[in-house]
Every structure is written in structure tokens, then in C-alpha cells.
Write a protein that binds this ligand. Structure first.
Ligand SMILES: [Fe+2]
Length: 258
């Protein structure tokens, strides 16, 4: 398996605080059956904003430590790009995930038009954006009461999407991004209940609706990581076919190792 979303690089963002913490995260991932992890450090102007070369060096340094410690895990470069007004000017030297994916995080508060326009511009520039944890986004996950009353989620089943559904702006945005060719990465912690019942509910429905293309831990430390991985993977396994599970966890992915 490949973990497509992780903050395992120590000291670069709000993820692993030390090399020891990063090594412990790696041990837990390897023990859970992962063979590779994408190091998707936050990239947010004004908060965590490092040159790509710095991130690549941090990946190489941690890989050397893993090798020394005998931990069988391949590290892959990546980034979690924040969708703000600067994103389109931050891509001269992009750090892409396997398959050429650009991991994009939607801000907690963001205008749907900005999301639509920025993702369109990315695709126009031949990037394939992957939306991080859509189940946690207020723009992409509908409110519970509306969802049930309007049959929102039901409309997503059987993969029948409408691009301009006038009933729901959320539905329209999710459909638009999907039709644009975006990928969607779910957090295992969402399935494990780590973000609460509403997010778990959203994650289950997005999974059943066939929205997800990838899964990741989005781990920030080793605390409770083993439980999150096992609970999350078990829940996804319960809800989906074996082939889907393998696809979401990157079992068939080829990637280059350095
Ligand atoms: Fe993240």
C-alpha cells in the first residue's frame, strides 16, 4: 500500500516534531503494510513555505535515517498545496505525487467560485489536482439535514452526476470538479471517526458514491496512528470491494525509488 498523504517530514510543518517521531510514524506505517509514503508537507504562504529543493533534501535525509534504522518504507516527494490566491504562482517547481498528482487542500472558509476557477486553471495548465479529504470540506460535504431531506447523497449513487444541479451548490461543485478530472483523497482517520460522526458519515457516502480515487493517513504524529490505520482500513474494507480497496491504497502503483 501507499500512504498518499502524510506529514512525516520532521520539523517542516505541524507534522512530525522530531526525527524520532518521524521514525516511529514510519515504523507504524510499515507494520500496517505500507511500502511507500508520500511526504505531503503543507505549503502555505505566510505559514509553511519552503523551496522545493529543501523538501526534497528533507525526504532524502529521512530516507537515509529509515535505511539506517532498517525500516522498509520508501519515501516519495510531495506537498499539500493550499488553495489560495497565491497557488497558481507557486508551481514553477511542483512536487507531484505518483501519477503526476497535485495534492490540493481547500481552505476551511473559501468561496466556491474561487475553488472552481483555480482548479480549472490548474487543469488548463495540465496538472491533475487531487482534492485532500473532501469529506472534511464544508463546500463539498453537504449539511446533514439537507442531505437527507433532499436526497443529496442518493443523487450521487450510481455515479450519475449533473454538472449544474440547481438544487445544491455543493453537488454542483463536486460534480464540476469530478468532471474536470480531479482526483479525491479520503483520510483514513475520517473513516475511523477521528474527526467526528458527521465527517465519518460524509466519508462513508463519498466512498459508496465512488468519489474517492486515493486514501491517505494525513498523519501528523505517531500518536494513535496504528489504531487510526487499522480502524480506517477495516471500515473501508467493510464498505467496498477488494479491487476498489486495492486501487484506493495504491497496491498497483509503480513508482520510482531513489
Ligand atoms: Fe494534510
Amino acid at each position: 500500500m501507499i500512504d498518499f498523504h502524510s506529514h512525516i517530514l520532521p520539523g517542516l510543518d505541524d507534522g512530525a516534531k522530531s526525527m524520532d517521531d518521524a521514525l516511529e510514524m514510519a515504523r507504524v506505517l510499515a507494520a500496517a503494510g505500507y511500502r511507500a509514503v508520500c511526504c505531503t508537507t503543507h505549503h502555505i504562504r505566510g505559514a509553511w513555505h519552503l523551496p522545493a529543493a529543501h523538501v526534497r533534501q528533507a525526504v532524502a535525509d529521512l530516507q537515509a535515517e529509515l535505511n539506517l534504522a532498517g525500516i522498509d518504507l520508501h519515501l516519495l516527494s510531495g506537498r499539500e498545496y493550499y488553495l489560495d490566491e497565491f497557488l497558481l504562482s507557486e508551481l514553477d517547481d511542483p512536487l507531484l505525487l505518483p501519477g503526476g498528482l497535485l495534492l490540493v487542500e481547500l481552505p476551511a472558509r473559501c468561496d466556491a467560485d474561487r475553488v472552481r476557477d483555480t482548479l480549472f486553471q490548474l487543469v488548463r495548465r495540465r496538472f491533475t489536482p487531487m482534492i485532500a479529504h473532501p469529506e472534511r470540506s464544508s463546500l463539498l460535504a453537504p449539511k446533514a439535514d439537507n442531505a437527507d431531506r433532499k436526497g443529496f447523497w442518493g443523487s450521487l449513487f450510481n455515479s450519475k452526476f449533473k454538472v449544474n444541479d440547481s438544487e445544491s451548490q455543493d453537488n454542483s461543485l463536486l460534480s464540476y470538479l469530478r468532471n474536470l478530472g480531479c482526483c479525491f483523497q479520503g483520510n483514513l482517520g475520517s473513516f475511523a471517526g477521528g474527526y467526528g460522526e458527521q465527517v465519518r458519515h460524509n466519508a462513508r457516502h463519498l466512498l459508496r458514491a465512488g468519489i474517492y480515487t486515493h486514501l491517505g493517513s494525513d498523519a501528523h504524529s505517531s500518536a494513535r496512528l496504528a489504531v487510526t490505520l487499522s480502524d480506517g482500513l477495516r471500515e473501508v474494507e467493510r464498505l467496498t470491494e477488494k479491487e476498489t480497496m486495492q486501487r484506493l491504497t495504491g497496491c498497483a502503483y509503480q513508482y520510482e525509488t531513489s
